[in-house]
Write a protein that binds this ligand. Sequence first.
Ligand code: NDP
Length: 345
Amino acid sequence: MVLNEKYAQVYFDKDANLAILKDKIIAVIGYGNQGRAQALNLRDNGVKVIVGNIEDEYRERALKDGLKVYSISEATKKADILMILLPDEIQAEIFNRDILPYLTENKVLDFATGYNIAFREVTGFKPPEFVDVIMIAPRMIGVGVRESFLSGEGFFSFIGIHQDHSGSAKEILLALAKGIGTTKKGAIETTFEQEAHLDLFSEQIFGPSFGNILRNAIKVLLEEGYPPEAVMVEIYMSGEFSYSLKEMAEFGIIDQMDHHSQTSQYGGLTRGASFIDERLPEIMKKRLQEIQTGKFAREWARVQKRGKDPLKPLKDAARNMPFIQTEKRVRENLKIKPKVSVKEK
Ligand code: NDP
């Protein structure tokens, strides 16, 4: 087993100079989850921000927030730096139609994920060689990007440079990163490929394998006759476990255990080894290879081309999984209601 010990370069506020953005106009293209948060953070930091958006409710929201809004092509003409914060699936199409014809030398393209560039052979994304191409990929949803900026805590992100035509891509990257508030907590240098692979790994390998453990735990307890409300609260609904994950990030995986009872620590430390499954890393590596070789990106592109909503049949099948009806009933019994809809978040 060879573990990578080459640590990344991490940038903080002191490494970045916001003043270099003083005479630049920054266009946030797409005023959605990330777009709104990043635009407002930049504006609060004194940067000149405009918005490029289609005529929709997001446009109205940007106007209400007091920002100047243009069509995507108008914003492209006006701006020095373009932050492409559109959904990944439509970026190539909009880029080719509304952005590419209006790009001039040394404009900067910033992305919030490496996906479209990392898998450019599949996505058809080809920025011209006379622009800079950079990435600031927040490890945080849009609402969190805004809230952690306002609270002063900041948020992590992965940052990188794909193309440095002007010779000043790095200082622009760091200034933008400071402007949106990520160097407050830490901007970690990666390639676009590394960012995209890690993101997909979390989404399709870590998340689902962890979800499977969660479902198995519920299955065992329900089969053993424990009350569904108590089982679901015990395993995840109380939020206690997500609190422990936060503590792991803050204190370390082992040291956070000190905040649990002696009984809990003894039980966990003596029983943990029974769940080590040597096959799991092998399965994870196999799935990771599908990401690394572009197999997943090709499959996803093919599925999207079919036109119909590809997620609906998958979600319908997932809703038929055991315990989903039980979960619904438990949520009703416990009067759990989200404060805002998923869409609003
Ligand atoms: P959103 O889904 O919030 O959409 C962004 C904007 O794109 C909205 O204004 C939306 O308006 C607009 N849009 C959608 N379809 C079109 C279209 N056909 N033509 C023109 N505009 C359109 O995107 P996110 O903020 O979630 O994602 C933006 C980027 O940030 C992506 O690269 C993503 O990978 C990255 N990212 C996202 C994170 C997140 O938490 N969501 C976290 C980290 C990175 P409308 O819907 O009205 O059409």
